[in-house]
Design a protein. Sequence first.
Length: 281
Amino acid sequence: MNEPEQESSRSLAARASGIRERRAALKVKLRRRGMFALPSMFTLGCLFFGFFGIIQAMNLRFDYAAACIFVAMVLDSLDGRVARMTKTQTAFGAELDSLADMVSFGAAPALIIYEWSLSSLPSPRIALAAGFIYAACAALRLARFNVQIDVVDKRFFNGLPSPAAAAVVAGFVLLMDDLDIAGTDVAWWAFAVTLVSGISMVTTAQFFSFKAMSRRAISFTALAMFAVAFGLMLMHPPTVIFAVCIAYLASGYLVWLWHAVKKPKDASTGLAAEASDTTPT
């Protein structure tokens, strides 16, 4: 083989190698883009079920509307985990998540419980105020979370998380609907549930985030407790779900009360120690 033919074969081989490299880089780029889009798909799914819950409430299907809130909660819990697993956290994803949460856990629960029960209160202004207070507290909770995300303790939420507040409202609707209790018969109870869950979002009470548990191995005892809880839920899901939501809501206030009681004791102990140190011998 002469020299021109050798150079031609080398150039063809180099060109083929370059084409293969470009194809491989393109595949990696497309795969990377798909990984970045994956968490946003879960977020958009959360947004869809919040919107669909509103539509179901307008059609007077309140059981479906409440169930949509819980489906949105599952999708909301997955988008952050998927983003961390694939290392695709972005500022765009965080902003999209907050907007979806405002619809699914702020506007949707307020509109669902308004249509189901609050609208039957004696005064329309009271009903409107309760629904608006809940939605406004959800917006304030999400805004505060966004600005404090880098400075707060990751183990605790500062205020009741908006998905948990939405679960309290949706769980109440689901339980009453399962018991065949009309919303008009428990309008004042619905008013109280809406206000308590809404105001809890903007308090300084700390609620356990469960994020620390995901970083460590789950013990056998925890698995056994999960199995027992799942078995209890199968007995009557609406009752168990609402009871769990109420227990989580109460946990933050119990922790706050424990710290409030403990702090004066620690302060008095410290003053006694200082007094003993400064007493002349």
